[in-house]
Design a protein around this ligand. Structure first.
Ligand code: HEM
Length: 189
């Protein structure tokens, strides 16, 4: 990513209120509105999840200049996500909910340049996660131990045909498209 994009990313992160997890909890609330089916994938305490998610995002944004370490971490994160039962198509609503969280929390302070940098960042991060994800799905057919917690995913993985990497589905522009509800009836509160 360009240094100006990195600067916009860091500035937008710095503007988020530091106390509590309110913005990230809002992010999850929005995600479950956009994609209610992903709610069941989250088995653990959501406050802990929100904390881990925001810490990881902050770590990633702090390490954008260390591309090799960063890509390795993101691929490992993606591989873990395939084990959680996440489907590649579910990356898009997560990207939308993330932008929505910034729009809602920062209002006009979330500038178009910041939004563009966020979209570029999410496209990059999810592409790397998909790389780890696809590698793990391929391995899952042979190597995964039998685990009742993930058996539903194993059945699915058995039929999974890893496809060549596709371009990221998160729309970069127009930003207004991200504000559209994913399906009729899922309107902003
Ligand atoms: C930039 C993108 C993302 C980041 C930084 C991220 C970060 C995280 C982190 C830090 C965890 C905690 C466990 C771990 O470290 O492995 C986690 C768990 C999880 N994430 Fe993500 N995630 C991202 C994208 C997604 C997407 C697209 C989905 C799709 C719905 C998703 C669903 C989940 C689920 C289901 C769990 C496990 C929760 C549980 O076990 O209760 N994540 N994520």
């Amino acid at each position: 990513m360009k240094s100006t994009s990195i600067r916009h990313l860091r500035e937008s992160l710095a503007l988020l209120p530091m106390e509590g997890l309110a913005p990230v909890s809002e992010f999850y609330r929005r995600l479950f509105e956009l994609a209610p089916e992903v709610r069941l994938l989250f088995k653990r305490d959501m406050d802990l999840q929100a904390k881990k998610f925001s810490e990881t995002l902050a770590w990633v944004i702090a390490h954008l200049e260390h591309r090799q370490d960063l890509c390795q971490e993101l691929r490992e994160l993606g591989a873990r996500h395939s084990a959680y039962g996440v489907k590649i198509d579910q990356y898009a609503p997560v990207g939308s909910a993330l932008i929505w969280m910034f729009q809602r929390t920062l209002g006009v302070r979330f500038t178009p340049k910041m939004e563009e940098a966020r979209l570029e960042f999410y496209a990059f991060a999810s592409l790397e996660m998909e790389r780890g994800f696809s590698a793990n799905s391929a391995a899952a057919r042979w190597d995964r131990p039998i685990n009742p917690l993930t058996s539903a995913y194993r059945d699915d993985a058995a039929q999974h045909r890893p496809s060549p990497l596709r371009p990221i589905r998160v729309p970069r522009r127009p930003a207004a498209a991200l504000r559209q509800p994913a399906r009729p009836g899922a309107a902003d509160p």
